[in-house]
Design a binder for this molecule. Sequence first.
Ligand code: SF4
Ligand code: SF4
Length: 212
Amino acid sequence: MSKISNEWHGIPRKEIPWYSTVDKEKCIGCGLCFVTCGRNVYVMKGKKAEVANPYNCLVGCTTCATICPVNAISFPDKELIQKIEREHAILRYVQEEKKKKGAKIELEKVRAEAEKIVSSSPHMAEFTITGHILEKEIPKKLLNIISQCKCDIVNFKLETPSLKVCFDEQAPSAARFTLVSQDYADITNCMEKIDKLLEENNIVVVEHKKIS
Ligand code: SF4
Ligand code: SF4
């Protein structure tokens, strides 16, 4: 079970009285709510379901009430949640969350695309470099090189121990990236251009592996 947040869109979870109530008279102890709820809200006690962790309940969820075969589970009216949404003006908060979630999904999509490119590229080379990568605009210069051929650079990972120290005290950064191509001649040609660019900019190639 992943960690359950103690907030709901910025509101402390304990300020939201959304949780289930079990009618013990009706409950037949089938355990369906207990085994279905992924948030450990229920325990089984004396052949009856009991709400042990009410604030673990996902605000707005009513799954256990829907599936209970004898309608022994009830929830507050949904108007309660809508009132809380209005009072806490959560839609403003949700805008930020929406932006973050959208960006995360986009990032995952790009990652998947990069993996696809790597797995379908017969020729690749890995570079590990160090030096003034940001100050010398190396990513931009690399892009300029690969824009002129069919190669691509994937999984570019930059490591800067401190931005201030890098810019103010000229401390080095490190980067790793993979050059990929469908064409052997193309990748060889591109690698030569990248090596030349790195040399001209005093970037040290720590490791340079042609994988295929
Ligand atoms: S699903 Fe309903 S009947 Fe079954 S244990 Fe839960 S509350 Fe009781
Ligand atoms: S409503 Fe959903 S989260 Fe809440 S107790 Fe039922 S199954 Fe669990």
